[in-house]
Design a protein around this ligand. Structure first.
Ligand code: SAM
Ligand code: CA
Length: 220
């Protein structure tokens, strides 16, 4: 026993999955399909998807935003956890992968919950603000280009209602955040956002060591 978060070995990870995953069959097939693609590491892990579903249900979230869709696994998790009238404003810059996402959303009968916006996510989020939708969203998931993470955070914070939650993916960046020899722009962007959030009094936070590290920031 320890008062520090456990290190997850392969066998502990296997045990965790075997004893907790309840992955919907549409999610499993999308994961299997994406696994064959070179970029499959961009997809969140199934236990993270299930954790996010739990967050959506705990919060009773209805209006949500996703920044970074790829083949649609995280959005499908959220869509399946939302109530029938729940919505996701989904943002991605290209249809190359979202075409796959749309097929799986259709199969899972959640296509009508997802409003897919193709274009730079900064523009989509700014448009929501310009349309008077600040302070109205319950949950946002940030998982697109790391260089814009701080922009996404600030825009999403405006769009969230007080008590709304921002989840930010890849905040431990395969451990690179602690390696001082790594100074590329993505790593620096994540480091600087982590540092900023640590002292950001507008939110309550936790860095959850699930997947590649998931920061939860609750708007006060
Ligand atoms: N959340 C997805 C999942 O679990 O499968 C993975 C998202 S993947 C890590 C990042 C996505 O962000 C890519 O599909 C990419 O096209 C998109 N992206 C990159 N730059 C973007 C931008 N400026 N605006 C919107 N989306 C962008
Ligand atoms: Ca990610």
């Amino acid at each position: 026993m320890s008062n520090q978060t456990i290190s997850i070995t392969d066998s502990i990870y296997k045990y965790l999955c075997e004893n907790s995953l309840r992955e919907d069959e549409n999610l499993s097939s999308l994961r299997a399909y994406t696994y064959r693609m070179e970029q499959h590491n961009m997809q969140i892990s199934p236990e993270q998807g299930q954790f996010m579903q739990l967050l959506i249900k705990i919060m009773g979230a209805n209006k949500t935003i996703e920044v970074g869709v790829f083949t649609g696994y995280s959005s499908l998790c959220v869509a399946l956890a939302l109530p029938v009238d729940g919505k996701i404003i989904a943002c991605d810059i290209s249809t190359k992968y979202t075409d796959i996402a749309e097929k799986y959303w259709e199969d899972a009968k959640v296509r009508d919950k997802i409003d897919l916006n193709i274009g730079p996510a900064i523009d989509t989020l700014q448009k929501l603000i310009d349309n008077g939708l600040s302070n109205t969203f319950d949950f946002t998931f940030i998982d697109a280009d790391k260089i814009n993470y701080d922009n996404y955070y600030e825009l999403c914070l405006k769009l969230l209602r007080p008590g709304g939650l921002i989840a930010i993916d890849n905040v431990l960046w395969s451990g690179d955040v602690v390696d001082e020899r790594i100074n590329d722009i993505d790593t620096e962007s994540i480091r600087s956002l982590n540092k900023k959030l640590h002292i950001d009094s507008r939110v309550d936070i936790s860095i959850v060591p699930i997947g590649d590290g998931l920061t939860l920031a609750l708007k006060k």
